[in-house]
Ligand binder design. Sequence first.
Ligand SMILES: *Cc1c(COP(=O)(O)O)cnc(C)c1O
Length: 341
Amino acid sequence: MHAPLRLRLDGDALVQNWRTLDRMSGTAACGAAVKANGYGLGAIEVASRLAHAGCRDFFVSNWQEAAELAPLGLTVSVLHGVRAEDMPAAAASFARPVLNTPTQVARWKAAGGGVCDVMVDTGMNRLGVSADDVASGLLDGLQIETLMSHLACADEDSLMNAEQRDRFAALVGRTMAKRMSLANSGGVALGERYAFDLTRPGLALYGGIPRPELGDLIRQVVRPEAQILQRRRVSRGGSVGYNAQWYAAVDTEVGIVNLGYADGYWRGFSNIGTASSVAGNDLPVLGRVSMDLVAIALAGDEIEGDWVSFDYRLPAAAAASGMSQYELLTGLGGRFVRMWN
Ligand SMILES: *Cc1c(COP(=O)(O)O)cnc(C)c1O
């Protein structure tokens, strides 16, 4: 199969980013969030590269994602814990749950569950048991590997960061947990006071930059490339694409490229995204992104079949498209051939 679109994935940059985050985590271990298929890159490829580099703790959302990683022989935590219908899979799994609610805790205890992690809510009001639950003995008798919490505003300078950090620090020594873990990518950049024993970055591994402190340290990992299907001349006054959202002010050479919003190249890139040719020419997106196609202005002698590379530096692409850096990664579709260097 010769797919007309491919994701260039820089394995060296991925590993470098993990090493950078590991260093910034100080004495804490640095894990990796590989949920949502490794943020769209491919969970197996990501996890095996990071494991080879020394990463020992991996996080997925559910048991199906854990099962996909089973052949790798890694330590995997399942962030959404155990529903009743997860128990058979969880009991037989190599992975362990992150228990999030008193009901999940009771379910795991009743099943004689064994080693687990526990999420405590420190103010995000998403998943987790409360500090009061912890104080009242809810977790007594559990074999807890990691007690964790999650920052709501790590990508901002919010007072909430220090508040959550202090509430979490107050739990040190209050449970039998072997380790404490709070920081996602943004949390790592907030400094070692946020690192505790284990950090859990996701976004920044994949080239995302949630805080300016990471701007010069994190390398781009993902670059979409696609082939030109047709080259055409659009005469002055002609329009391009659905709803005629771009008009030619002068005669313009246009390339129609095999990439669209069904691949995660969102409509927010309409009239604002850019690509570059092999020769290094800038090729701006013209008009609306379609489901499977996008038009670009050609600059040189690009022809049918030529590959072009889309500008996908995540902070800039997010600002341009109005999507979050997370959505730009996790939306990358199944039609790309994923090519690692
Ligand atoms: C997704 C997730 C992470 C990773 O967050 P990033 O912002 O991508 O670094 C860490 N911890 C939990 C609980 C998560 O859900």
